[in-house]
Design a protein around this ligand. Structure first.
Ligand code: AMP
Length: 418
């Protein structure tokens, strides 16, 4: 069912509670918290500008980090209020709480087009517990609810779900913001009836994390290209040797079922035929989490079907990258989730970069619709400087994955229907 959007609601003179994703990376510099990357703030500007133009009185709510119910000063949203004011070129009021009298009084004094940012909702444990009394207190100041925090929509928390329920129970509307609307359009509607060929590129660490997505996409895609460590569990399931590669022996049955389903449905399911491998050597050191630190030595190309016993696969090889690029070149719709290798290390980033370039070429030269399903593939594209050259990059990680699995996200379900 299509959800109401911020465009459909009359907000003039009304107090609108807008849940945004301002969980921005911060760092302490000279005793002050500084925002390292304001992308998430920037992404909310279209919704905020629309609301301002429509004469809404805006009350922004967000979480930052994991303060676990304490008022952790390093996780205050105060610096975000200052940054937002800079970016939107108008004052942004800030209250050091998200519920209570001070919030109510400030909200009451708002004029059309004014903006108020509330303090971190996760300063209260009741937020993540979706506590009804807490949600009601948050909802007290709002006549209309807008959710623009797609990245948090897979969680039924008070500010992502509970408030919407209270607002609608009182007869108010709960609508998707513009960013949320785009997420639902590209990850939802566009993939429901994709232009063909529809090519899905899946990578990342674990098959078990993505099996529900694979299962669903096997019903829609023409071709699935697999890379990342995930590919080695498939290889293991097919009887190949995977050396020290990151595999999930418990997931081989799941991999076998996926391969059988692909064959049954006539979906082309491609796995790497060459790999960049290296020999992990224990340095004797431990990391911050107390885990042993390995050094990847002697990185080299492996063109054999098996991976040597002492080695670990870290990237797809150049032949695989070429083969995948060729498939991508002919695609009309592309969905990409998960890197082709351990791209954080330059020695193992080439496969991911080659795929990123092929996705960009298909979009720019052939008009393919390219949808990047969030998380590390977005990071990889941005790292290659190609982020603005695809059709859509999701802002969600876990939320994108759950949505692609076909799950109804609680934060979306709570919005009013059109
Ligand atoms: P995911 O969150 O499941 O999409 O996984 C992303 C992570 O998988 C990234 O941090 C990659 O470094 C990692 N990754 C991808 N390929 C490999 C590989 N062959 N071996 C180890 N880690 C990998």
């Amino acid at each position: 069912m299509a959800k109401l959007t911020v465009n459909d609601v009359d907000v003039r003179g009304k107090r609108v509670f807008v849940r945004v994703d301002y969980n921005v990376p911060m760092e302490e510099k000279d005793g002050q918290m500084v925002i390292n990357d304001a992308t998430r703030i920037k992404e909310t500007l279209p919704t905020l500008e629309l609301l301002i133009n429509k004469g809404a009185r805006i009350i922004l709510a967000a979480h930052l980090g994991r303060p676990k119910g304490t008022r952790e000063p390093s996780m205050s949203l105060r610096p975000v209020a200052a940054k937002l004011a800079d970016m939107i070129r108008r004052p942004v009021a800030f209250v050091d709480d998200c519920i209570g009298e001070k919030v109510e009084n400030t909200a009451k004094a708002l004029k059309d087009g004014d903006i108020l940012l509330l303090e971190n909702v996760r300063y209260y444990n009741e937020e993540e517990a979706n506590d009804a009394a807490f949600a009601e207190k948050l909802a007290k100041v709002a006549e209309i609810y807008v959710n623009d925090a797609f990245g948090a929509a897979h969680r039924a928390h008070a500010s992502t779900e509970g408030v919407a329920r209270f607002v609608t129970k009182r007869g108010g509307k709960a609508a998707a913001g513009l960013l949320m609307e785009r997420e639902l359009k590209f990850l939802g509607d566009e993939l429901e009836h994709p232009a063909r060929p529809f090519v899905v590129i899946l990578g990342g660490a674990k098959v078990s994390d993505k099996i529900r997505v694979i299962d669903r996409l096997l019903e829609k895609a023409d071709t699935i290209l697999v890379g990342g460590a995930m590919a080695y569990t498939f290889k293991l399931a097919m009887g190949y040797k995977t050396g020290k590669s990151l595999v999930e022996p418990d997931a081989t049955q799941v991999a076998v079922r996926a391969l059988a389903k692909a064959a049954e449905r006539g979906v082309r399911f491609l796995l790497p035929t060459d790999n960049v491998i290296a020999t992990p050597v224990d340095t004797g050191k431990v990391n911050k989490k107390g885990k042993p630190v390995f050094e990847m030595q002697n990185s080299r190309l492996n063109t054999a079907a098996d991976i040597p016993e002492d080695a670990e696969g870290f990237d797809i090889g150049p032949d695989t990258a070429k083969r995948y690029a060729e498939v991508i070149r002919h695609a009309k719709t592309i969905l990409w989730n998960g890197p082709m290798g351990m791209f954080e290390d330059a020695r193992f980033a080439e496969g991911t970069t080659a795929v990123a370039k092929a996705v960009v070429d298909a979009s720019q030269q052939n008009g393919a619709k390219s949808i990047i399903g969030g998380g590390d593939s977005v990071k990889a594209l941005n790292k290659a400087g190609l982020g603005d050259k695809v059709t859509f990059m999701s802002t969600g990680g876990g939320a994108s994955l759950e949505f692609l699995e076909g799950a109804e996200l609680p934060g979306v379900a709570a919005l009013s229907n059109k």
